[in-house]
Write a protein that binds this ligand. Structure first.
Ligand SMILES: C[S@@+](CC[C@H](N)C(=O)[O-])C[C@H]1O[C@@H](n2cnc3c(N)ncnc32)[C@H](O)[C@@H]1O
Length: 255
């Protein structure tokens, strides 16, 4: 068993125990970002949603009239949640980096807020390129970090403390390089941000008190450039971080 196989088993187990939070959490259930991804895929007839979680993208694609939607995730419990919550989905428990579908099978592939869990993002993109038919659409969204490698490492250190299944958040430039190398043509890119309330963000992963304190210390000691880039806001007497805006990249690419 490779390290990644063991790591992926742990990731699947950890998400299988968190289906309710992902089903009910408003951060994932709605938003202009979700609408944008659906809009990009709305002409599709056969779509694959990779790492579907509780199925918000897959369900919205089916609601938008895409006639066949496959909701896939590493965690069988997430697939079960998605297919129970949303009508008309096909569900399959699979690894994003090894999709068990023939080439040219789909005219749209979506993936939202999940690629920072994938150990080998280039393998994932190669699979997306393989299963999409010529002209097919890839609608992608994930967290993103500043281009500065030190700031990026700082953000990833905090994210890993909060969530052991976090592998790495990449910059927009890194995704664009990988997509180009994979042979996907990027037509549109948006770099945006989303406000996170720090306490709620820690609560969602049930972060134990010791790690909460370490994360809060890292946030307090964060480089000024990060505090500025992520628009830190403070409460109380001004030294307790209340919220920040995490970077997000959305992109539309075609084969
Ligand atoms: C934040 S949730 C996804 C949210 C969902 N896409 C949405 O928009 O509501 C991350 C998901 O990635 C899945 N995941 C993590 N690693 C994976 C992998 N290697 N292959 C497929 N799914 C994976 C987890 O099981 C989890 O359901």
């Amino acid at each position: 068993m490779t390290n990644n196989t063991g790591r992926k088993r742990d990731v699947a187990e950890s998400f299988s125990g968190a289906t309710d939070g992902y089903l009910e959490g408003n951060v994932l259930k709605q938003g202009a970002d979700l609408e944008q991804l659906i809009d990009w895929c709305s002409d599709a007839t056969c779509a694959l949603d990779v790492a579907t979680g509780a199925g918000h993208v897959a369900g919205s694609l089916a609601d938008a009239g895409v006639s066949r939607v496959v909701a896939s995730d590493l965690s069988p419990a997430m697939v079960q949640t998605a297919t129970t919550e949303y009508c008309g989905l096909e569900g399959v428990a699979v690894d994003a980096e090894r999709l068990p579908f023939p080439a040219d099978q789909f005219d749209a592939v979506s993936c939202r807020f999940a690629a920072h869990h994938f150990p080998d993002p280039e393998a994932f993109l190669a699979e997306v390129e393989r299963v999409l038919e010529p002209g097919g659409v890839f609608a992608f969204e994930d967290l993103c970090v500043p281009a500065d490698p030190d700031l990026a490492a700082y953000v990833n250190r905090i994210e890993r403390l909060r969530d052991s299944s976090h592998v790495e958040t990449y910059s927009r430039a890194q995704w664009l390089d990988w997509l180009e190398a994979t042979g996907l043509t990027v037509d549109t890119v948006y770099e945006t941000s989303r406000e996170l309330e720090v306490d709620a963000w820690l609560d969602r992963m049930a972060v134990p008190e010791r790690d909460r304190q370490r994360i809060r210390s890292l946030l307090s000691d964060a480089p000024a450039d990060l505090a500025e880039a992520f628009e830190f806001t403070y409460e109380g007497d001004g030294d307790r971080l209340a919220s920040y805006r995490t970077g997000i990249v959305l992109l539309h690419a075609t084969v």
